[in-house]
Design a protein around this ligand. Structure first.
Ligand code: DGL
Length: 264
């Protein structure tokens, strides 16, 4: 048993899609979240810079004495997860393997699409992981650089968002039966993405899939929280405006939260 919190990192508000799922599946676990909205999006940045930023987020979480770190960001997972998990002596989880396995299980015709940030697509990591497990799968990848800014500026309900999603996804429509949302920001655009792709396409939320793995690791290392039923002190930190973060987070999580600004 271990009553310390679980740490989550993301370039901004996207990791909240993982947190929402964690609150649903493991409601007694305590959360420390850091979102680097001041420097989002990470996706168009060079790999070395993303790695350096990710280490800053990891080091911040370590000052909070977390028992596990979840990379609630595909881009950080693609470039820094291997290195960070080798160096830390607590479990470190990424979102890419769980999303890949879920897509393999879900596809009927073996036609899998991946949408993600430019860096995640450039790394080709989803295709690599999927084809290592299932070489017969065909994987089509598409970078969607305009999606994260829409989410960070809380414009997901606008007609501009619909137009951008419609135009960006056009090359994949009718070509895949399963689509991995390979960026944790994208579930906030889920209903528009589903409308554009059509109801027959199964959407895979890589972040939500990763919560099943969190649960397995908590059990494996016997570090579940023991004090079930006590008041949890979830803490959310952002490098940008706490008010802007709070507005998106409270709407998405359906509860009031405390958000603090932090300089890294
Ligand atoms: N949520 C991050 C991801 O899953 C977005 C990265 C970005 O800021 O571009 O990749």
């Amino acid at each position: 048993m271990d009553n310390r919190p679980i740490g989550f990192l993301d370039s901004g508000v996207g990791g909240l899609t993982v947190v929402r799922e964690l609150m649903r599946q493991l409601p007694h676990e305590e959360i420390i979240y850091i979102g680097d909205s001041a420097r989002a999006p990470y996706g168009p940045r060079p790999a070395e810079q993303i790695k350096a930023y990710t280490w800053e987020l990891v080091n911040f979480l370590l000052t909070k004495d977390v028992k596990m770190i979840v990379f609630a960001c595909n881009t950080a997972t693609a470039v820094a997860w291997e290195e960070v998990k080798e160096k830390l002596d607590i479990p470190v989880l990424g979102v890419i393997l769980p999303g890949s396995s879920a897509a393999i299980k879900s596809t009927v015709g073996g036609e899998i699409g991946v949408i993600a940030t430019p860096m995640t697509i450039e790394s080709d990591i989803y295709k690599e992981k999927i084809n290592r497990l299932a070489p017969e799968m065909r994987v089509q990848s598409l970078a969607c650089p305009k999606f994260v800014p829409i989410v960070e500026s809380n414009e997901t309900q606008t007609s501009l968002a619909k137009k951008i999603v419609y135009e960006t996804l056009a090359p994949l429509v009718g070509k895949v039966d399963t689509l991995i949302l390979g960026c944790t920001h994208y579930p906030l655009l889920r209903s528009i993405i589903q409308n554009v792709m059509g109801p027959q396409v199964k959407l895979i939320d890589s972040g939500a899939e990763c919560v099943r793995d969190i649960s397995v690791l908590l059990n494996y290392f016997e570090i579940n929280r023991s004090r079930q039923g006590d008041v949890l002190n979830h803490q959310f930190y952002t490098t940008a405006s706490p008010l802007a973060f709070k507005e998106i987070a409270e709407a998405w999580l359906g509860r009031d939260i405390r958000v603090e600004h932090v300089e890294l």
